[in-house]
Design a protein around this ligand. Structure first.
Ligand code: 1GP
Length: 231
């Protein structure tokens, strides 16, 4: 799984709880993006996740489910990305849900399709921060320390800077990138145009674009080329 994800520079994240028509889905999936992640922080159910996966199957693109709750884990994805929120005040979101899931369903988990993500949630207003009780008011040095714990102590393949809904602090992104040697740095949050995508792409390994798909499809599509043309 690590090898597949390693080549991703641009990813579109689709929310099963949001409506997307067939033409828009075609446009997203044929845009040249490297992969589709499916996930959301609220309203994600087995039914809406399965429905979206069924619609995505016809495209020749890796399709990953970012697991947000046990109830909506649908079989058939190419891979399953499991967030572990590093800067949470509650062990539930770091490891508790995971232990619960493995205890209940361990016998049927396709481990060869699982990859963990060290999530650092940095927008205090986003649903993910509220749900996961994330401690978002962090200095850059603290964010870097979380990233180093993920890489050096936990040997996590991915660190994900999650600014969902808000464009992030590029100084922090740059600082975190400098602290990582091997762990792949994902950035997601508030990208609404090509320039922002290009700025972020210069600082991280993988750029995730979400909400703008639903608000301004042309702008969302413009981020693909911007990322591909950056270093
Ligand atoms: C959300 O990081 C992704 O989990 C993308 O964020 O929806 O703000 O683009 P946006």
């Amino acid at each position: 799984m690590k090898q597949i994800v390693a080549n991703w520079r641009h990813v579109f994240k689709l929310d099963p709880d949001k409506y997307i028509d067939t033409l828009a889905l075609d446009t997203v999936c044929l845009s040249g993006t490297d992969a589709i992640m499916v996930g959301g922080s609220s309203g994600v159910t087995y039914e809406n996740t399965e429905d979206l996966l069924n619609r995505l199957r016809k495209y020749d693109l890796p399709c990953a489910l970012e697991v947000s709750n046990l109830e909506s884990v649908v079989p058939g994805f190419d891979l399953y990305m499991v967030p572990m929120v590093l800067n949470t005040a509650s062990t539930t979101w770091l490891i508790g849900q995971h232990v619960n899931g493995v205890e209940q369903f361990g016998f049927m988990i396709p481990w060869d399709k699982i990859i963990s993500e060290g999530y650092i949630v940095l927008n205090q207003d986003c649903t993910a921060a509220k749900v996961s009780e994330a401690k978002t008011l962090l200095h850059s040095s603290e964010v870097c320390a979380y990233a180093q714990v993920a890489e050096r102590l936990l040997h996590m393949p991915i660190v994900y800077l999650e600014y969902s809904g808000r464009f992030g602090d590029l100084d922090i992104v740059a600082d975190v990138k400098r602290t990582l040697d091997e762990t792949q740095l994902f950035y997601g949050g508030g990208i609404t145009n090509a320039l922002q995508a290009q700025q972020v792409a210069a600082l991280c390994d993988t750029v995730v674009v979400g909400n703008i798909i639903y608000n301004n499809l042309d702008a969302a599509i413009s981020t693909v080329e911007a990322v591909k043309n950056s270093k």
